[in-house]
Every structure is written in C-alpha cells, then in structure tokens.
Design a protein around this ligand. Structure first.
Ligand code: TXA
Ligand code: MG
Length: 328
C-alpha cells in the first residue's frame, strides 16, 4: 500500500478510519497511530501493525468537545479540576470504564485512558471523524517514538495509507498518564504535565509504585522501550563517557545536556539542551539522528532532575537499558 503524507486530508483520514484502517497523526507529544476505538478489528489491527504485546493497553483520543461521559463510569472532583486546568494538552487520564469501546483497547483492564491532544492537526482530525480514536505512538514496538512524519514513514511506510503531518512535535515525549480511579491521583507515566503541576490543582499527587506481587497498573511500563537501532552505552560522568568514546571503533557520538556539551569540544556531540522542556523536545529527535549517524551512542546522565526531567530521565534511561524502576 502507498503511504501518503498530507497536511490537510482530514476528510480522507476520517474515511479511512470509518473503513477500519489505521491513520497516523501529529500530536503535541509524539505522532499517534489511530483507529476506531469502537471496532475490535480496527484496534487489533493497530497491535498487529506495531508488533505490540497484547496486554499493553491503548489511550483513547477525543476532540475537545467530545462527550466522554458515556465512556467513563465515574469521575472524582479532582479529575474534573485537572481536565479544566490542563486539557486539551499532554495529560492522559485513566478512569473506570463503562466498557463501551472495544475490549481490546484496555486489554481486559476495567479502566480506560483518555486524552484530548492540543495539536491543531490532531484536533481537526478528531473533530472530523468524531469517534474515540485508540492510538499508541506511531512506531514499531520497542523503537524510539516518532516526532516527525518522516520518523513514522521509517517504521510504517507501506503499512498504513496516510500520515497527517503537523510538523515536528514540540512536546517531544509522551503524555503524562494519570490514574484517576483513587482518592489521590497517581502518575503511571511521567510526562510534560509534572507532579508539581498536578498536585497544585488536585491538592496532592503521587508517583505510582507497584507493590510486591501486584500486577502493574500500567502494563506498558514494564516493556523494553524507546530503543535506538545502534549500539548504546550509558555513563554517569563525562570522564567515563570520553574513555569509552576514545576506545570505540567507528563513529561514536555523545548525547548530553548543553552544560556538558560545552566541555566536550572536538567530540561528536548531540546536544539535548538546557532546560527539561528543551531536553524533552530534542530527546527522540536526537535518538533518531543518533541511530543513523553513530556506530555507538553514549549517553551521559544529565544533572537536572526537577519538573519535566522525571519524564525525560525515564525515557532516556529506558532507551539506554538503565533500570530506574518500572513505573516513573
Ligand atoms: O502522548 C501520548 O500519550 C502518545 C500520543 C500518540 O498521544 N501516545 C502514547 O501511547 O504514548 P502509547 O501506547 O505509546 O502509551 C500508552 C501508555 C502505556 O504506558 C499504557 O500502559 C498506558 O498508556 N495505558 C493505556 N491505557 C491504560 C489503562 N487503562 N490503565 C493504565 N495505563 C494505561
Ligand atoms: Mg509508545
């Protein structure tokens, strides 16, 4: 099948969705691979396109005016306040489900994850189709998430009919996934809406910690993820990284924050930037660039840890096989 990239084909996208196809679309975080959440076959098609494990649930995306009440069983007052404060935007909220969408969306869980993206392209697409759209990131399972239409092409060319191109994703890492089924909201996946931001509105917010022997609340967090297709190494310090770089054959690259990059003149460096937001925006783009240019990609631990860095460090560590716990 030919894969078309378009900035404006929203009606065509809606036609494909109604016919049970999957369509990739821009969001403010990463590109999504969407299909009709009411259709078992369309949802199963997404899992098969990505090679995604069948117990890793999907997020349902809707436009800002879409009435989510039929999809969710109940909503605590703090969740309403969070919706009003942060949506549309990069916050996914997990509710008790009414089971109206395909059972394959939540992989047998009795909850449903809902997201209202702010991207103009995503909003136009969702409005045109006016259905809940189940959408994981538009990459093959385990690979780095796509932040341009070209990245989607690299993984899914010939497998899907259309990519709705909204340019580069300036959020850069996936949405915050927040469990809204309990008394206090719990972060299942850190992202651009930070714990501090949520706590201010909801009067409290915790990072979810899996208890000994408990099934993970967000199964996707326990898989290998975000892996660039080249050899990688992870270092705590620039000194350690330089030793590995100098001993390496081929074309090694260093991946680090600007502060460290400034000390590494004469080396091949991919500069993540200074602030958490900058590092979020650049991380996947640089992992895509790195896997094409580098024979060995060596990441150096950033020094910043606040705010959005919880999400950035989670993705960076997982991309480089560093185990920093499953859930953050
Ligand atoms: O920014 C994003 O969230 C992007 C764009 C495309 O919207 N989507 C995305 O989807 O990152 P995906 O499939 O790559 O990640 C979905 C995450 C997984 O960690 C999954 O386990 C979690 O959301 N999730 C989905 N439904 C859930 C549920 N009912 N309960 C708990 N976690 C859920
Ligand atoms: Mg993903």
């Amino acid at each position: 099948m030919e894969t078309k990239i378009s900035k404006t084909d929203f009606a065509l996208a809606a036609e494909y969705i109604r016919a049970g196809e999957a369509v990739a679309f821009h969001t403010e975080t990463v590109y999504g691979l969407g299909a009709n959440a009411f259709s078992d076959e369309a949802v199963k098609h997404i899992f098969s396109l990505k090679g995604r494990p069948s117990d890793n649930p999907l997020i349902v995306h809707v436009h800002r005016g879409y009435d989510i009440k039929p999809l969710i069983d109940s909503e605590p007052p703090y969740a309403k306040a969070l919706r009003e404060a942060f949506l549309p935007g990069p916050l996914t909220m997990v509710y008790p489900s009414t089971g109206k969408v395909s059972e394959y969306v939540s992989c047998g869980l009795n909850t449903l994850a809902i997201r209202v993206p702010s991207s103009v392209t995503a909003q136009k697409f969702l409005k045109e189709v006016d259905l809940p759209i189940a959408a994981p990131s538009a990459n093959l399972s385990k690979h780095v998430s796509p932040v341009t239409a070209q990245h989607v092409m690299e993984d899914l060319c010939g497998k899907i009919p259309l990519i709705l191109d909204g340019g580069a994703c300036n959020g850069g890492i996936e949405s915050t996934v927040l469990d809204c089924t309990g008394e206090v909201p719990k972060i299942l996946r850190a992202g651009l809406v930070t714990r501090e931001m949520i706590a201010k509105v909801a009067h409290g917010c915790e990072f979810y910690q899996k208890k000994e022997g408990e099934k993970p609340k967000s199964p996707g967090m326990s898989y290998k993820h975000y892996l660039p297709r080249c050899k990688t190494a992870f270092c705590e310090s620039a000194e350690e990284a330089v030793k590995i770089y100098q001993a390496a054959e081929g074309t090694p690259y260093l991946l680090c924050e600007s502060k460290t990059a400034k000390e590494l003149e004469g080396f091949r460096v991919l500069d993540l930037g200074e602030t958490g937001e900058e590092m979020a925006e650049r991380l996947y783009a640089l992992l895509h660039e790195g896997e094409k240019k580098a024979t060995l990609l060596i990441a150096i631990q950033p020094t910043r840890k606040d705010g959005v860095m919880a999400g950035v460090l989670n993705r960076l560590h997982r991309a480089f096989g560093v185990n920093d716990g499953e859930t953050k």
